[in-house]
Design a protein around this ligand. Structure first.
Ligand code: SF4
Ligand code: SF4
Length: 225
């Protein structure tokens, strides 16, 4: 059964921590994106919410409205949602952002819950298509533990309410392993209980500890617009 608006209200309570209290990452990527944070512009990321989440948001704020496609690519992305429990929405933009009324996707970006090939939720990985545009992806060592803990707690509640979401992220994790194996590159995962790891390519998802020095090399990937 899909999570109810009440479930999403509880998820929001569990997912409030910022990625970092030190860095305002929006200020890092916005200069390369006409002054707007990349993940807050529909040209880069169309916000997708479950219909029940949208119901909750509408009861709390007028910040969100249905997304109006502007291009063929937008229309194709929206078409993919047909028949699903999700819909595309738009907010009023970063200048009018209400922190308490951000969607679950806003609170999570650029991370998603990463599952190893054994189906265990072992930490957080990033949405790789934003590499070079999202500063956080290239500076993953700035992520603070409260954020990691809240990401895991809130997603575990989501999975308890709807097993399909767990499957969605298992598939996302498997796709990331395939993509990076094809590239012959490792990718980082933030461990749910601490530490950072590399997932090695063509290894069946083998994870090895990552050093700060190794992670720092990711910084070279930003900016790349
Ligand atoms: S999460 Fe990434 S894309 Fe979003 S504002 Fe921060 S650096 Fe920019
Ligand atoms: S609600 Fe806030 S965080 Fe989410 S996309 Fe809009 S401006 Fe960005």
């Amino acid at each position: 059964m899909a999570p109810t608006p009440k479930d999403y209200a509880e998820i929001y309570k569990r997912l409030q921590a910022p990625i970092s209290r030190v860095y305002d990452c929006g200020k890092k990527c916005a200069p390369f994106n006409d002054g707007q944070p990349v993940c807050c512009t529909t040209g880069h990321a169309i916000p997708i919410v479950e219909k029940s989440e949208y119901e909750l948001l509408k009861s709390r704020t007028d910040m969100w409205t249905p997304f109006k496609p502007k291009s063929a690519a937008d229309r194709a992305e929206i078409a993919d949602l047909k028949g699903s429990a999700c819909r595309a929405v738009a907010c009023k933009g970063a200048a009018h952002c209400e922190r308490d009324n951000r969607s679950m996707a806003c609170r999570s970006f650029p991370f998603y819950p990463y599952f190893n090939p054994e189906g265990e939720l072992v930490g957080l990985a990033t949405y790789w298509s934003f590499e070079g545009q999202c500063w956080v992806i290239s500076n993953i060592q700035i992520v603070e533990r409260p954020f990691v803990k809240e990401m895991i707690d809130s997603h575990e509640l989501l999975f308890a309410k709807d097993e399909d979401w767990r499957e969605t992220y298992k598939e996302q994790s498997a796709t990331m392993r395939r993509v990076y194996s094809r590239k012959g590159k490792r990718f980082p995962v933030i461990g749910r209980d601490g530490g950072y790891f590399w997932v090695l390519p063509k290894s069946g998802g083998k994870m090895i500890p990552a050093t700060r020095a190794g992670l720092k090399k990711l910084e070279k990937g930003f900016p790349n617009f």
